[in-house]
Design a protein around this ligand. Structure first.
Ligand SMILES: C[S@@+](CC[C@H](N)C(=O)[O-])C[C@H]1O[C@@H](n2cnc3c(N)ncnc32)[C@H](O)[C@@H]1O
Length: 277
């Protein structure tokens, strides 16, 4: 059985609503262009607040997402990339579930400092490396990674098709790329979030992400523009197995329980495997 669960303020499941007519409809012309991102970058204080809120309310998300990604990946070796790592929690969970090195990229130096703090003391320090850089021009050789993940980052990208092409460039033949992001939600779901999200600041972060989000049809179109053929385009679902594993970990679950009632998909995942040459 599959559940709607709360992930980064996200309830997951159900059919996707109709896509908007064109990509252009959903692109904000005021967005910074590639290379001008700094103007839109979060301040250090915002990054610190963001990390604290993620740790208070959504650490389970990273465990569940990493479990799902590694299942899809189907192996434990190889090099892993986390693009737009933010405070680094997904990078840590991916390192826990795999055996290879994890490369975590972010454009914001303050985020990388915080990510470094996240990793310190986990015992994974030797396996996780951080890099300052822009997804539109990733400072890595082509065909360097076997698994590439990017979680709730794509809606920030100024030129998503170019950025996706960069992600695909650094993937090895046979490698798996999984991009996950928030999708637009109805006024009803937004109101439900306001009810269950305990802190105004956390709600503000989540609400902003939804307002800037793209739906999966638009995102799939951007994959096509990048010349990438997806393996799957779907709303992200978590299974009984995911939830049970999480419950067994004994973490607090209030927010997850509260969100099960929300009945609208709010995250999508698009995967692509690079063909073997
Ligand atoms: C909403 S946060 C998500 C962070 C992390 N993936 C998580 O879920 O905890 C988005 C992150 O993407 C980063 N980012 C935005 N644009 C980027 C770009 N062009 N290149 C690399 N990172 C970028 C931001 O600095 C921020 O850390």
């Amino acid at each position: 059985m599959e559940h709607a669960v709360f992930v980064a303020g996200v309830a997951l499941h159900g059919p996707a609503p109709d896509p908007p007519e064109s990509v252009a409809d959903r692109r904000d012309p005021r967005r910074p262009k590639s290379g001008e991102f700094a103007a839109d970058m979060m301040t250090r204080d915002d990054c610190i607040a963001c990390k604290a809120l993620y740790e208070k309310y959504q650490l389970y998300v990273y465990q569940l997402i990493a479990a799902q990604l590694t299942r899809l990946y189907g192996r434990t070796g190889g090099r892993v990339a986390d693009i737009g790592t933010g405070p680094g929690h997904l990078a840590v969970e991916l390192a826990r579930l795999t055996e290879g090195d994890v490369y975590a990229l972010d454009i914001n130096p303050a985020m990388l400092e915080l990510a470094d703090e996240t990793v310190r003391g986990t015992g994974l320090e030797q396996r996780i490396s951080f890099a300052l850089g822009d997804v539109h021009d990733i400072p890595c050789a082509s065909q360097s990674f076997d698994l590439l993940a990017s979680y709730t980052c794509m809606h920030h990208w100024a030129e998503p098709a170019k950025a996706l092409a960069e992600c695909y460039r650094i993937l090895r033949p046979g490698g798996l790329m999984a991009v996950i992001d928030v999708r637009p939600v109805s006024a009803l779901t937004a109101a439900a979030f306001a009810e269950i999200i305990p802190e105004e600041e956390y709600f503000r972060i989540i609400d902003k992400a939804y307002k800037e989000s793209l739906d999966e049809a638009v995102a799939a179109d951007l994959f096509a523009q990048a010349g990438i053929v997806p393996e799957s385009v779907a709303s992200l679902e978590l299974t009984d197995e995911d939830i049970m594993d999480y419950l067994e970990s004994g973490e607090p679950l209030d927010i997850l329980e509260a969100a099960v009632a929300i009945d609208e998909p709010t995250l999508w995942m698009i995967t692509a495997r690079k063909p073997l040459q």
